[in-house]
Ligand binder design. Structure first.
Ligand code: PLP
Length: 449
């Protein structure tokens, strides 16, 4: 490690709470479009994490920077509850255009769904507000969330998070009630081996129904809150039919379906929103991360008939929908559309998954390979046969990656999943360089045992 990095890391250790964790000791000074970073000692890194799934259009996208700069020159903060401004309104309009819709009604004008939005500052706030909207709109109090989920670190979002340690456990005693968890269909670690995805879906839908029969009556449930592909949980993809079955169950009981698109949104999965992969239309989506393309911005977008049921003045935020963040978000949506980044996410995903599958044959510690679009991951296990998670080996892989110049990120209930969240604009050269570094890291930890 260089001397500037060491000096700054010492400041971190002295002045920043250890609770606010970080996964590498790398201190970055600047980024270069689309996927390269430089540290304070001039070392170069390929970025396979995109600021945890934020920089979908790439770092330092020139048009996004220009849009933000222009907005900064006009005005920075105004406060939406005080005066209106165009970027906020145009962004709400753009989200209405890209909100998931039934395939048959996808042509403009023919579509019956009309949405409204609110904007906040982060993913957790988006989830909090989606929960509040669902409760206000239905007059019901319970939320069904899923095991292994991650929805944020504020109290209600934390309560919906389906993992006790490290983020939930220390605060559990004072969490508000009214959120119950159903098992997320995590087939690689399911208690039984299913003959088909349909059989697996039926099994997990029956678990949700069981919860409604035994723990909370459907008449008390405001919403089902789900990630269409679990992000922090380890890029777990529900089996075919599960999300559609969930939609039917919600319709049957007047329950709203909230899709947490904080990690899966804005092209990451090869669709605007991850739930479209399942062919399902939600009632509400929670967004953040790539929405702001590098500025803190979250949002809730939902069917107008749901959003309109929340009384005026009930929701708000001083900084929510900041003009500069909205201007950047609008430009990023334009770039994703114009430059075909949804298709590029699918292509990138194929390229990455092909490499992962080849490594799975070669390395006995690479278990399940899975993902949707440019959201690809593999599980690191003791052996293909026993599937026991091996988080220590993942930590060694992460370390070997950044030592060689690649910023990687892990995930998973057991911390044993290596995931990729590459900028969707990453060049082929950057992608190949990053994959070669990851391969070298895998070879290194294979030799080390
Ligand atoms: N929801 C999902 C699916 C997430 O992945 C995250 C963060 O990783 C959040 C919510 C919380 O977002 P934030 O960290 O912006 O509060």
């Amino acid at each position: 490690m260089g001397s500037r990095s060491e000096e700054l890391l010492a400041l971190k250790n002295r002045y920043v709470s250890p609770a606010f964790f970080h996964v590498t000791p790398v201190v970055i000074e600047r980024a270069q479009y689309p996927a390269t970073l430089y540290d304070v000692d001039g070392r170069r890194y390929i970025d396979f994490a995109a600021g945890i799934g934020v920089m979908n259009v790439g770092h330092q996208h020139p048009e996004v920077l220009e849009a933000a700069r222009e907005q900064m020159e006009r005005c920075t903060h105004l406060g939406f509850h005080l005066v209106l401004y165009e970027p906020y309104l145009r962004l709400a309009e753009a989200l209405d255009r890209i909100f998931p819709r039934p395939a048959a009604g996808a042509s403009p004008g023919a579509n019956p769904i009309h949405t409204k939005s609110i904007f906040v500052n982060s993913g957790a706030e988006a989830v909090e507000n989606a929960i509040k909207i669902a409760r206000a709109a239905t007059g019901r109090e319970y939320i069904i969330a899923f095991t292994g989920a991650f929805h944020g670190r504020t109290y209600a979002a934390l309560q919906a998070t389906g993992k006790t340690k490290p983020s939930r456990f220390p605060f559990l005693a004072s969490l508000p009630p009214h959120i119950v968890h159903a098992p997320y269909p995590y087939l690689y670690r399911a208690p039984v081996r299913f003959a088909s995805e349909e059989e697996a879906s039926a099994f997990y839908l029956a678990q949700v129904e069981h919860l409604l029969d035994t723990v909370v009556a459907p008449e008390r449930v405001a919403a089902v809150l789900i990630e269409p592909v679990q992000g922090e949980g380890g890029f777990i993809v529900p089996p075919r039919g599960f999300m559609q079955g969930l939609r039917q169950l919600c319709d049957q009981h007047g329950i709203l379906l909230i899709s947490d698109e904080v990690q899966t949104g804005f092209g990451r999965t090869g669709y605007w929103f991850g739930i479209e992969y399942h062919g399902v239309v939600p009632d509400l989506i929670a967004t953040a991360k790539a929405l702001g393309a590098g500025w803190p911005l979250g949002g809730v977008t939902g069917k107008a008939e749901v959003m309109d049921r929340v009384p005026p003045w009930a929701l708000g935020s001083t900084f929510g929908g900041h003009p500069v963040a909205c201007a950047a978000a609008l430009k990023a949506i334009e770039v994703i559309e114009r430059d075909g980044l949804l298709m590029r996410a699918r292509w990138l995903g194929e390229r990455i998954a092909t490499r992962f599958r080849a490594w799975q044959e070669r390395f006995p510690f690479i278990g399940d390979v899975r993902g949707v679009g440019a959201m690809q991951a593999f599980e690191v296990v003791r052996s293909h046969k026993d599937r026991k998670p091996d988080p220590d080996r993942v930590n060694r892989i992460m370390e070997e990656c950044y030592r060689r110049g690649l910023i990687m990120i892990k995930a998973g209930l057991y911390g044993n999943v290596v995931r990729t969240l590459v900028p969707l604009t990453i060049t082929e050269a950057e992608l190949e360089e990053g994959l070669s570094i990851l391969e070298a890291a895998l070879e290194c930890v294979a030799e080390g045992g």
